[in-house]
Design a protein around this ligand. Sequence first.
Ligand SMILES: Nc1ncnc2c1ncn2[C@@H]1O[C@H](COP(=O)(O)OP(=O)(O)O)[C@@H](O)[C@H]1O
Ligand SMILES: O=C(O)[C@@H](O)C(=O)COP(=O)(O)O
Length: 416
Amino acid sequence: MTGEPWLGVVADDVTGATDIAGTLVGQGLRVVQTFGLPQGEISDCDCVVVALKIRTVPAPEAVASSLAAARRLRDLGSEQIYFKYCSTFDSTDSGNIGPVADALQLDLGAPISLVCPATPAIGRTVYLGHLFVNGRLLSESSLRNHPLTPMTDPDLVRVLGRQTESEVALIGYETVERGADAVRSELERLAGQGVRYAVADALRESHLTVLGEAARDHQLVTGASGLAWGLASARFRSRGPVVIAPAGEEISRAPAAVLSGSCSEATREQVALFAAQHPAFAVDPLALAEGQDVVGAALKFAADRLDEPVLIHSAADVLGAQSALGTQRAAELVEAALARIATGLVGSGVRRLIVAGGETSGAVVRALGITGVRVGAEVDPGVPWTFSLDGRLALLLKSGNLGRPSLFSDAWEALG
Ligand SMILES: Nc1ncnc2c1ncn2[C@@H]1O[C@H](COP(=O)(O)OP(=O)(O)O)[C@@H](O)[C@H]1O
Ligand SMILES: O=C(O)[C@@H](O)C(=O)COP(=O)(O)O
């Protein structure tokens, strides 16, 4: 094991980054995750995951940030770059998966790259190039109605084809089932025909190991957490999970809080279950818009109850808030308020913090001035505890769709 990160991940959002980081830790890699470009030297790890926020920004901005991240990762010693996007391929017809992959391929001199968001551990599979979410076609899942990136076409060859000028082809499950050599030969054949992207089928984890083995020497691999799992399991067949020292006593006994700005189905269940057993404060976007001191009220509520974990959440009447204030303004008000509440909570001694929601997590880590975390063990697939590099905090940053209903309660126990 070297001290240099051989694998560099460019992730297109914050909790997506935490998801892949946790997956790699589960496969025995030592992982550091940074928010934005890594600062200074990073050693004693196998992988650095750079969390960007580029899923829905204009394509040129996404390309510039990804290139900068990949170049920095190469400077740190990464031999292989992994572009992590969402397991539901969240993107629009103009990007950003195609433009970012194109730019990274060109920069790294990669002739052809795998494209595979399949992540069976969370119910995402690819069959004949079609993406399924918990057994339903992507276009018939709730992603069809995503506010920013509605996914109405499940055929990934077609979806990516609209985002790139390059040729996109399919490597079907029959080839994958024949093993890594068969996939390698097919990749060579396709590259010889000028194809730059091979969407690969994967229905179960053994398929991901085959793909990981086939892509072992690729300069660029693209996918969600599943294919990263395959890469790591092909490379380190016998490595057990990293044993992360439990949080120091100072942290594991410190006050704890959950901040949720996520409105996703899984989070709603988690919030409802936790709120039934613990003190909970609802942030009202309309009150924020009226200029009421909601932040002050939330902090007062928490300060009176910090002998047990408190929950501050926001997802009550989302549609009402959006129609009164507009989607963007409502989101900004809630994100800014939760970020200020996070700062106040940490100021009053909270050192164990769960944050639900990708955008929300981005706003919170920015407000807290956290530049990076060392990644610990997963509590659920894609949901690991992390420890800020400055030693201040244990943070669990959770993507909206991930985690079991009792995650918020179970996570404290997992922290030790
Ligand atoms: N009650 C609400 N009304 C309107 N927008 C809200 C409300 N609560 C949260 N939001 C916003 O919804 C967005 C949720 O996104 P995010 O944090 O990425 O969660 P997820 O990972 O579930 O998508 C955030 O921008 C948040 O500020
Ligand atoms: O790949 C996934 O499903 C997640 O890692 C992910 O990116 C989810 O997106 P957000 O819910 O917006 O964090």
